[in-house]
Design a protein around this ligand. Structure first.
Ligand SMILES: NC(=O)c1ccc[n+]([C@@H]2O[C@H](COP(=O)([O-])OP(=O)(O)OC[C@H]3O[C@@H](n4cnc5c(N)ncnc54)[C@H](O)[C@@H]3O)[C@@H](O)[C@H]2O)c1
Length: 258
């Protein structure tokens, strides 16, 4: 039988789903038939996404809180059923030269981008292990495989996310749980708008110049969209990728190549 992209009858929990890439992921998973738990630290944003989707529910989940991760995993299971798909997408960034980085910036990026992935995964996997069934997709970054300027703390947190992904894939494979991550490039979201402002200030260039550099660095010649990422996440969540685990997939239009 040909494996499909259908997630009919499945429950998916997406973190940071109130905007940007997470919103598009929630929409694509719902489009494939999943009932989606739309979670975000910003409940209003999560509610607005959930109301646009069939059979979706919104939950406030700050991924840096172990208690909230456990409570939301339990609430989703009781409201919607066992979680088949977890997408650890929530993320934050700041920009600074490495010599000016503060501990606050380091901790902020690591707490959400690395520790948050661990906390939500830990809350969800016991039930997946018991059922011997599950798929996890983490949103890492191109910055987690390269060495960009002004992002040492962010890049380090995304390298951590990729490492955690591979270790989880190794340990959870025998429980029939697949774990992969995606590494997007320059994606048009609120995060990118903020980064262009910060980079512009730190490098003394205009926002347009920074934006043009992003496009020039991308062989496919345009800025990435959240949908470019979500389509691949859907593939990773679906039976079409049933023998794929421990991968870190570049979705960059080639921007990671130079
Ligand atoms: N935009 C890019 O260029 C780009 C590139 C590579 C990777 N990424 C990654 O993609 C993911 C999504 O980013 P985006 O570009 O859509 O940004 P975004 O700012 O549009 O969305 C991030 C979402 O995460 C939520 N969030 C922030 N802190 C949270 C927390 N503690 N708990 C739960 N939710 C929280 C925000 O409320 C927001 O809804 C992030 O992990 C980011 O690092 C983005």
């Amino acid at each position: 039988m040909t494996a499909t992209l259908s997630l009919a009858g499945q429950v998916a929990l997406v973190t940071g789903a109130g905007s940007g890439i997470g919103q598009s992921i929630a929409t694509h998973l719902a489009g494939a038939g999943a009932r989606v738990a739309v979670t975000d630290v910003d409940l209003t944003a999560a509610e607005s996404v959930a109301t646009s989707l069939p059979d979706a529910r919104a939950y406030r989940l700050d991924v840096t809180s172990a208690d909230q991760a456990a409570a939301v995993a339990a609430a989703v299971e009781s409201d919607m059923g066992p979680i088949d798909v977890l997408v650890n997408n929530a993320g934050v960034s700041t920009m600074n030269h490495v010599w000016a980085l503060t501990e606050k910036e380091w901790d902020f990026n690591f707490n959400v981008n690395a520790k948050g992935v661990f906390l939500v995964t830990r809350a969800v996997i016991p039930a997946m292990m018991e059922r011997k069934r599950g798929v996890i997709v983490n949103t890492a970054s191109m910055a987690g495989k390269t060495g960009p300027g002004l992002l040492a703390h962010y890049a380090a947190s995304k390298w951590a996310c990729i490492g955690f992904t591979k270790c989880c894939a190794f340990e959870l494979g025998p429980y029939n749980i697949r774990v992969n991550c995606v590494c997007p490039g320059f994606v048009a979201t609120k995060m990118q708008r903020e980064e262009i402002e910060w980079e512009s200030e730190l490098r003394g260039l205009s926002g347009e110049q920074i934006f043009d550099e992003y496009v020039k660095q991308t062989p496919l010649g345009r800025i990435e969209t959240p949908d470019d990422v979500a389509r691949v996440v859907l593939y990773l969540a679906s039976p079409a990728s049933e023998f794929l685990t421990g991968a870190d997939i570049d979705i960059t239009g080639g921007a990671h190549l130079p």
